[in-house]
Design a protein around this ligand. Structure first.
Ligand SMILES: [Zn+2]
Length: 62
């Protein structure tokens, strides 16, 4: 495992917003997107379709 690897998800592919959620691991990225969905989109929970798009958008970055 490379400790320098982090994960990024381009939200353009997830909810249409123009920023990328980044975190040390997939769980951290997911938490940021869940919090963004609540604050920016008024969603108390992330719909399954959005969660699916998040999985597809998530990439490891060096
Ligand atoms: Zn958004």
């Amino acid at each position: 495992m490379n400790p320098m690897t982090e994960y990024s998800a381009d939200l353009k592919q997830v909810c249409g917003c123009s920023w990328a959620a980044k975190g040390a691991d997939a769980e951290e990225v997911t938490k940021k997107v869940v919090s963004h969905a609540k604050q920016a989109h008024g969603l108390n929970e992330v719909p399954a379709a959005v969660a699916q798009k998040l999985q597809e958008a998530m990439r490891p970055v060096m």
